[in-house]
Design a protein around this ligand. Structure first.
Ligand code: C5P
Length: 228
């Protein structure tokens, strides 16, 4: 089955002004922006609010990994912020993952809003260990699904196996995307946007190839065309 694949741009910058410049430039060609640890540490909730104000969606990528009660409370605060998607680390184990899902469900119900998508981190795309990586990713994905998560982050390389084993409705988010000929930076398991579509990704995350480009909008449009 063919999936629709959507582009998420990682706003990996260190200040709100630059983040806003990129969102103003890229929206509506790009509708989902990722706020990760760098931007969130630099300007906190203001980054999320700025994106929401623009009517774009936020993937809050803080990879929560802590005791279940702390994750529960962090997720609750993320739901209050109005994020579209957030992630937790599957290494946090079942109790923590279930606490995240329960917290998101309860908070969304209380606020009468849609529950954000809860995505599990499996193995970072900067790590490359072939077979071990694939088995670890699959194991983490099974744990994520059994704990009620909506999907996982994995590289394009493991996506077909995750799709095959975990079904069509389980979301797959793939970072490590590079246009042909682009530097891999610190990513090890890289692939093109087109490869990601063929591997069954629902979302691709692209940071540096767009954010550091001379013309971010034209790179974003090129990638969007490649995934449509
Ligand atoms: O610049 P680049 O395209 O490599 O950015 C990828 C983004 O996706 C970064 O923000 C990185 O933190 C994030 N990410 C990742 N691998 C994961 C989860 C998130 O590269 N497993």
């Amino acid at each position: 089955m063919k999936h629709t694949t959507q582009l998420i741009v990682a706003l990996d910058v260190d200040n709100l002004k630059e983040a806003k410049r990129l969102v103003d430039l890229l929206y509506p060609a790009v509708k989902i922006f990722k706020v990760g640890s760098q931007l969130f540490t630099a300007c906190g909730a203001e980054a999320v609010k700025m994106i929401n104000k623009k009517n774009a969606k936020v993937f809050l990528d803080l990879k929560y990994h802590d005791i279940p009660n702390t994750v529960k409370n962090a997720v609750s605060s993320a739901v209050e912020l109005g994020v579209f998607m957030l992630d937790v680390h599957t290494q946090g184990a079942e109790e923590m993952l279930k606490a995240a899902v329960r917290s998101a469900t309860d908070k969304a119900q209380e606020l009468n809003i849609k529950k954000p998508l809860i995505i599990g981190i499996t193995v970072l795309t900067s790590v490359n260990n072939s077979q071990i990586t694939e088995d670890n990713v699959l194991e983490a994905a099974i744990l994520a699904k059994n704990s009620g998560l909506d999907g996982v982050v994995c590289s394009v390389y493991e996506a077909p196996r995750v799709r095959k084993e975990l079904g069509q409705d389980f979301l797959i988010v793939t970072p490590g995307i590079r246009p042909q000929g682009h530097a891999s930076d610190d990513q090890a398991r890289i692939a093109t946007a087109k490869d990601a579509v063929e591997a069954g990704a629902d979302f691709i995350v692209v940071g540096r190839p767009i954010v550091k480009a001379k013309d971010p909008l034209s790179v974003a449009k090129e990638i969007s065309e490649a995934i449509t």
